[in-house]
Ligand binder design. Structure first.
Ligand SMILES: Nc1ncnc2c1ncn2[C@@H]1O[C@H](COP(=O)(O)OP(=O)(O)O)[C@@H](O)[C@H]1O
Ligand SMILES: [Mg+2]
Length: 230
């Protein structure tokens, strides 16, 4: 058993697979294709911090605009607007960042982290954030810079990474080497000809974690992770 206090993820069924949660200041990636639940998962992580623990959370949404995110997550009972009013949650979307340099976009996020004294940071997605840069950055340098800066800030960070069809699920990108943890979500066609989603912990530094595929089940309160019964 680890003496370190763990940070609960807000995703039912997940904390038990990773010794109770993330470690404070972890930088974790959620990698998956479209419609695998990355945004719902990310919002549950944010909601756990802001609503359940009452800690300030910064959520940077770059694939969906903030209005669409608020509307879609309300369907799962997650009222982001209420949390924003209580100053527990700050949403940033691409609109505020468009047309500016990558350096100043990172500065905007860091300024917002300091402003609200965020304990959690969500970026959905890192892929969209970086592709919006339109600049030639040394990618390796950039990832290490982001990593070191967030460590210094002491926030626990979840970033989604969009993987496109055709990319091998087990191929790794540079950011996965940098990250403290990597969660994988995949859609697949079951024998019943039904589209299903599965989850795996691919990497989690300092943690004895499950190495099994688990089911991702979408329900009225978001998604949860369950063991395969077969
Ligand atoms: N109200 C809902 N009830 C049940 N499942 C839903 C609901 N809304 C969306 N979903 C499921 O969640 C998926 C989208 O999840 P999302 O987190 O936006 O995916 P991603 O961000 O990975 O593209 C949809 O494709 C659908 O399968
Ligand atoms: Mg999404």
């Amino acid at each position: 058993m680890s003496a370190n206090k763990r940070v609960p993820t807000g995703v039912p069924g997940l904390d038990d697979l990773i010794q109770g949660g993330l470690q404070t200041s972890d930088f974790v990636l959620l990698v998956g294709g479209i419609g695998t639940g990355k945004t719902i998962f990310s919002t549950q992580f944010a909601y756990q911090g802001a609503k359940v623990l009452g800690e300030p959370v910064l959520f940077a949404t770059f694939e969906e605009d903030a209005a669409s995110l608020r509307k879609n997550m309300l369907k799962f009972g997650m009222d982001l607007t209420a949390l924003e009013k209580e100053k527990k949650l700050k949403l940033i979307d691409l609109e505020g960042l468009e047309g500016r340099g990558m350096g100043s976009n990172i500065d905007t996020i860091l300024a917002a982290l300091d402003e609200i004294k965020a304990k959690r940071l969500v970026v959905d997605s890192l892929t969209a954030f970086l592709s919006g840069a339109g600049e030639k950055f040394d990618y390796s340098f950039l990832m290490h810079l982001i990593y070191k800066t967030l460590k210094r800030e002491g926030v626990t960070t979840l970033m989604s990474v969009s993987r496109f069809q055709g990319q091998n699920d087990f191929s790794s990108s540079l950011e996965e080497f940098v990250a403290d943890g990597v969660f994988l979500v995949e859609n697949y066609l079951a024998e019943s000809m039904e589209l299903r989603t599965r989850f795996m912990v691919r990497k989690m530094r300092g943690t004895e974690h499950s190495r099994k595929y688990h089911m991702v089940v979408f329900g009225p309160k978001g998604l949860e992770i369950l063991p395969y019964t077969i």
